[in-house]
Design a protein around this ligand. Structure first.
Ligand SMILES: [Zn+2]
Length: 87
C-alpha cells in the first residue's frame, strides 16, 4: 500500500465526512468546497465514501429535502457499515 500524505488526513477525513452531504448538494461555501475537492483527489478512502454517498443519495431521494440530513445520514451510515462489512 502506498501512503499518500496520510498523516494529517485522519482528522481532516472526519471533518470532511461531516461535510460530504453539503458538498454533494453543492451547499458548501466555495472555499470549503474546494478544500473538500482537493482532499478527495488525494484521499482514496474519502473519494470512495463520496461515491457511496452519491449513490445512496439517489436511492433515498424520496426523502423531502428539508428532512434529508437526519434520515439520509442515518441510512447512509447504515449502508456504509454494510458496504464496508461486505468488502
Ligand atoms: Zn480523507
Amino acid at each position: 500500500m502506498r501512503k499518500v500524505r496520510e498523516a494529517p488526513m485522519d482528522n481532516h477525513c472526519q471533518v470532511l465526512l461531516d461535510k460530504l452531504f453539503q458538498y454533494i448538494d453543492g451547499e458548501l461555501p466555495e472555499d470549503e468546497w474546494r478544500a473538500v475537492s482537493e482532499h478527495l483527489e488525494v484521499c482514496e478512502r474519502c473519494e470512495t465514501e463520496r461515491r457511496i454517498y452519491v449513490r445512496l443519495k439517489e436511492m433515498v431521494s424520496c426523502c423531502p429535502h428539508e428532512d434529508a440530513p437526519e434520515c439520509l445520514r442515518q441510512r447512509v451510515l447504515d449502508m456504509i457499515d454494510r458496504a464496508k462489512g461486505a468488502e
